[in-house]
Design a protein around this ligand. Structure first.
Ligand SMILES: Nc1nc2c(ncn2[C@@H]2O[C@H](COP(=O)(O)OP(=O)(O)OP(=O)(O)O)[C@@H](O)[C@H]2O)c(=O)[nH]1
Ligand SMILES: [Mg+2]
Length: 434
C-alpha cells in the first residue's frame, strides 16, 4: 500500500490571473463558492482541502509584486522548507506558476523565481491566452483593409500570437538558469472543456514532470517508485481529464496483466483506484464491493472472447491459445475501465445503481459489443501471434468510443439515490479524513 496519501500542490500567481478557476476545474469542486476561499485571500501556509476530493492539498500564493521583497522571501522559504521535509505527505510535490499572458516581456519577479534552483518541479502556466490573441487580432484588423475575411484574420491572429509568444515569453523563460519543466498556455479556462482550454495539456505536463527519466542511473529504485506513486496519485486526484485516467488505468493493468494471463479473478486495483471512487487503500470496503460486482458480471460473461457459449467459438479456437488469453484479458480490462468511467461520470454513490449499471453494460450496451468486435477483428488478422495488442491501441480504442447513455431501471420509485440508501448499502463512506 502506498504511504503517499495526498498530492501537495503550490499554485502561485498574481491576484485575478485565474488560479482558483484552474483549481475548480482540476478538483471538480467550486472552490470560489466557499467563504474561506474568497478571492484575494492568500496565506501560503493554509492547506486548501476539498470536500469530495481527499487526494489533493493545495497552497495558494498571490505571487510577487515588484518591490515586495518580503513576499518573495515568504514563498522561497516555504518552497525550501516544504521540499526538504522528511515525511513525503508533508513535502511539496509540484508548483504551478501562473501568469496572465500579456504583451509585455517576462517581469523581474519571474526572472528571479526561475533563476534559483528548486527541489520541486515547476510548470509555468500562462493564463487568459485568448485575450492575448484577441489583442493581436485587433492590431491586424486595424492594419488591414476591409477586404480581408474575418475568419482568415482570426487564423492569422492565432498564428501570430503563438509565434510572438514562442519568440518572447517562452524564449525568455527557457533562457533563465532554472527554466520551468514545461510551459503551458490556457485559454477561456473558466468557460471551456479541459481539452479546449488546454487544461488537459497542463495535467499531462504535470504527469510528465513527475516521471523520472528512465536512463538516469543516479535515481535509486526507491526514488523511482516514489515518483511513480506520486504521478499515479496526481492522475487519481484530478477529475478534469478522463482520458488521462483511462490511459493510466489501462497502461498499468496491461503492464502487469500479461504476466498473470491465467489468473482469475484479475487484479482490478489500478482499474478502480485511478477513479478515486472505491479506493483500495482508503476505502477497502467499497473497493471489495466494486471488485466483486465487476468480477461477477464481467469475468465470466458469455460476451468474453472464447467463452464456451459464444457463437464464434469455432473461429476463436483457431487462434493461438496464448493469444486467446491475451484477448480475454484485454476485453476484461477495457470493460472494467469503461464501466468505471460511467460510474465516475454518473457521480453515483448508490451501490444499487452501480450494480444495475454493470448489469446493463454486460447485457445491453452497444459499446461492449463494439469492444468485442474490434478485438476479434484485430486478432483475427494475426491469429498465430503470441502476444496481445499494444496498450496504446487499447487506450485509443476506449478514448475514441462515444459515451453511451445507460438504460437503468431503478427498483425504487424515488429514483434519486438518497443519502440513506447509500449509507444503508454501505458502498461509500466519507473518506475525506482517510
Ligand atoms: N477571459 C478569461 N477569464 C478567465 C480565465 N480564467 C479565469 N478567468 C476569470 O478571471 C477572473 C479571476 O479568476 P480567479 O480564478 O478568481 O483568479 P485568482 O488567481 O484565483 O484570483 P485571486 O484569488 O484574487 O488571487 C474570474 O472572473 C474568472 O472567471 C480565462 O482563461 N480567460
Ligand atoms: Mg483565487
Amino acid at each position: 500500500m502506498s504511504k503517499i496519501k495526498r498530492f501537495r500542490l503550490l499554485i502561485i500567481g498574481k491576484t485575478g490571473c485565474g488560479k482558483t478557476t484552474i483549481l475548480t476545474k482540476v478538483c471538480g469542486e467550486d472552490v470560489a463558492d466557499r467563504p474561506s476561499e474568497a478571492r484575494g485571500v492568500h496565506d501560503i501556509e493554509r492547506e486548501l482541502v476539498f470536500r469530495d476530493n481527499n487526494k489533493l492539498i493545495v497552497h495558494d500564493s498571490e505571487g510577487f509584486e515588484a518591490g515586495k521583497k518580503h513576499e518573495v522571501n515568504i514563498v522561497s522559504d516555504f518552497i525550501e522548507r516544504r521540499s526538504a521535509m522528511e515525511d513525503i505527505n508533508q513535502r511539496l510535490h509540484m508548483i504551478w506558476y501562473c501568469m496572465e499572458t500579456k504583451s509585455r516581456p517576462i517581469q523581474h519577479a519571474e526572472r528571479e523565481f526561475f533563476s534559483n534552483q528548486k527541489q520541486v518541479p515547476v510548470i509555468a502556466v500562462f493564463t487568459k491566452f485568448e485575450i492575448f490573441v484577441q489583442d493581436v487580432l485587433q492590431e491586424l484588423e486595424e492594419a488591414t483593409d476591409e477586404e480581408e475575411q474575418d475568419d482568415e484574420l482570426e487564423i492569422q491572429a492565432a498564428k501570430t500570437a503563438e509565434s510572438r509568444f514562442n519568440g518572447n515569453h517562452r524564449a525568455q523563460l527557457e533562457a533563465l538558469p532554472f527554466p520551468p519543466k514545461a510551459i503551458v498556455t490556457l485559454s477561456r479556462t473558466h468557460v471551456s472543456r479541459p481539452e479546449d482550454s488546454r487544461l488537459s495539456e497542463l495535467l499531462l505536463q504535470t504527469t510528465t514532470a513527475l516521471s523520472s527519466p528512465n536512463d538516469d542511473p543516479a535515481i535509486s529504485p526507491e526514488r523511482r517508485k516514489e515518483q511513480r506513486e506520486l504521478r499515479d496519485l496526481f492522475v487519481t486526484a484530478q477529475v478534469a481529464d478522463i482520458q488521462l485516467k483511462v490511459e493510466f488505468a489501462i497502461a498499468a493493468c496491461m503492464d502487469r496483466g500479461y504476466g498473470a494471463l491465467w489468473r482469475r479473478p484479475i487484479d482490478r486495483k489500478e482499474m478502480i483506484d485511478f477513479w478515486n471512487i472505491g479506493c483500495s487503500s482508503c476505502n477497502p470496503r467499497a473497493f471489495a464491493l466494486l471488485d466483486s460486482q465487476l468480477h461477477q458480471h464481467v469475468d465470466f460473461s458469455p460476451r468474453i472472447v472464447g467463452h464456451p457459449k459464444s457463437q464464434d467459438l469455432e473461429h476463436i479456437l483457431q487462434w493461438n491459445e496464448q493469444l486467446r488469453m491475451c484477448a480475454q484479458l484485454e476485453q476484461l480490462v477495457i470493460d472494467s475501465v469503461i464501466i468505471m468511467k460511467h460510474i465516475f461520470l454518473l457521480r453515483t454513490k448508490d451501490s444499487d445503481v452501480v450494480k444495475r449499471l454493470i448489469e446493463w453494460y454486460d447485457s445491453q450496451s452497444t459499446t461492449a459489443k463494439r469492444v468485442r468486435e474490434v478485438l476479434v477483428d484485430e486478432h483475427s488478422r494475426n491469429p498465430h501471434a503470441q502476444t496481445g495488442l499494444n496498450p496504446q491501441k487499447l487506450i485509443a480504442l476506449v478514448n475514441t468510443l462515444d459515451l453511451e447513455v445507460p438504460h437503468i431501471v431503478l427498483a425504487t420509485a424515488d429514483a434519486e439515490p438518497s443519502q440513506m440508501v447509500s449509507s444503508r448499502l454501505g458502498l461509500w463512506h466519507d473518506c475525506s479524513r482517510c
